[in-house]
Design a protein around this ligand. Structure first.
Ligand SMILES: NC(=O)C1=CN([C@@H]2O[C@H](COP(=O)(O)OP(=O)(O)OC[C@H]3O[C@@H](n4cnc5c(N)ncnc54)[C@H](OP(=O)(O)O)[C@@H]3O)[C@@H](O)[C@H]2O)C=CC1
Ligand SMILES: CC(=O)N[C@@H](CCC(=O)OP(=O)(O)O)C(=O)O
Length: 389
């Protein structure tokens, strides 16, 4: 039975969800908005900002908490692009998820073979076409679809779902819908979480773009010029299809710069933060993990301690963002599910700070974030099934 102080409502895909009418309810909160779609925070009167000690929590978009979880019924998930790196990372997570169960995995190459590493039950890879997917969807046997396909390949699936007016939750891991306002671009620490709870078409942010936005968002109102982001990714970022960026002979003892202007994540970060950035990607010989070094011009003199406090306040309560003192190490984030942010080196003028961050591109850069979004959209607690940092 619902508590007297709760309201029942339907989310975007027809499921009944309940919202507790407490002051912490996301449906009652009205966080301040920056010109971008992300919530931001203001600090001018914060005691810590004035160097007088530590402020209380100022995270304007805190995690919703277990009390907002409305669904305790298992959901069936189908994964298209299951052979790939991100698909496999998601299978690992779903293997330990208390409510979500894989029901279909699709790969052209592995069709007919048994899925390995999924202990809940036996599943055989299929080669699902968009028409097959729609038939399954219409039969009501799938609650959520994940598209882990290369850029440019998801469209026939999405068109089929849209033409059939499917109410299932669809999460696309590619860049294809990150600039489409009819989709919800969902980076839970920055996107209004109550909006993700209502979404059925979810565009999962890119790996570099996730790390860079989490690194820059707390400083948006202190920007004194265009931030520059130097990024280095492990070669799993380039997927399984052979390319110069995952050619181990080329990468051996090497650091390779590519797409030095106009990388799609430069546009993605700029669009969703609402401010232009410069992004310079590189790839190296390790498998997974991204290091970002972000140079941020400031519009006033600031100290390293104040800036670190801003990050701690902004991410208070976030289980997948860890603010640390030193610059984090990419080796240490490999296999973990969050982002580490540190460094906070301010130059002698006090008007430039360099912040470093690390993220596992296959986890928080893709599959973990996908699971956060599916948890929210399907009515589960956001961190369900996710090992937190
Ligand atoms: N790798 C990363 O770090 C990140 C990747 N992403 C994005 O996630 C998506 C998946 O990436 P990733 O897992 O690395 O990619 P992979 O190259 O590792 O895997 C791609 C998957 O798609 C399938 N596939 C490829 N071409 C087609 C096609 N034409 N039709 C149907 N299926 C196809 C492949 O299986 P099969 O050929 O057997 O059908 C495979 O399962 C990409 O859009 C990528 O940009 C996002 C964040 C991070
Ligand atoms: C090393 C490497 O090649 N990395 C990929 C990152 C791909 C990714 O995660 O982003 P999308 O989802 O936007 O494709 C690249 O730079 O294209």
């Amino acid at each position: 039975m619902l508590p007297a102080t709760s309201v029942a409502m339907r989310n975007g895909h027809g499921q009944v969800v309940r919202s507790l009418l407490t002051s912490a309810s996301p449906f009652l909160a009205s966080p301040r908005q920056t010109p971008s779609r992300f919530t931001s925070t203001k600090f001018p009167t914060s005691p810590s900002w004035q160097g007088r000690g530590y402020a209380t929590t100022t995270n304007p978009n805190p995690p919703l908490g277990k009390k907002n979880a409305s669904n305790d019924v298992p959901s069936r998930i189908a994964l298209i692009g299951a052979r790939g790196y991100t698909g496999q990372a998601l299978i690992d997570l779903l293997n330990n998820h208390p409510y979500m169960d894989l029901c279909h995995v699709s790969s052209r190459e592995l069709a007919g073979q048994e899925l390995k590493g999924y202990d809940k039950r036996k599943i055989i890879y299929e080669n699902l076409s968009p028409e097959d997917a729609i038939e399954l969807d219409k039969s009501g046997k799938v609650d959520g679809w994940v598209l882990a396909l290369p850029n440019g390949v998801a469209k026939p699936f999405v068109e089929a779902f849209d033409n059939a007016k499917s109410k299932s939750v669809i999460v696309d891991l590619s860049a294809d819908y990150r600039f489409d306002d009819s989709w919800t671009y969902a980076l839970p620490e920055l996107t209004k979480r109550s909006a993700i709870c209502q979404a059925t078409r979810i565009s999962n942010p890119g790996c570099y773009a996730t790390g860079a936005q989490l690194t820059l968002a707390p400083m948006l109102e202190h920007l004194g010029g265009e931030p520059c982001i130097f990024g280095v990714s492990g070669y799993s970022g380039a997927g399984t299809r052979p390319s110069p960026n995952n050619d181990l002979n080329r990468l051996k003892d090497n650091l390779v710069a590519y797409s030095l202007t106009g990388h799609i994540h430069e546009r993605e970060i700029s669009r969703h933060l609402g401010t232009p950035v410069a992004f310079m990607p590189h790839v190296a010989s390790w498998f997974r993990g991204i290091h970002l070094t972000v140079n941020i011009p400031l519009n006033k003199t600031m100290t390293s301690r104040d800036i670190r406090q801003i990050y701690q306040d902004r991410y208070a309560g976030e289980k997948l963002v860890k603010v640390v003192g030193e610059a984090p190490l990419v080796r240490s984030i490999s296999g973990l599910h969050g982002v580490e942010i540190g460094g906070f080196a301010v130059d002698s003028t006090g008007k430039r700070v360099v912040v470093c961050s690390t993220i596992d591109n296959l986890n928080k850069g893709a599959s973990t974030q996908c699971l956060q979004n599916m948890n929210l959209a399907l009515g589960y607690a956001e961190y369900e099934g996710i090992p937190t940092m």
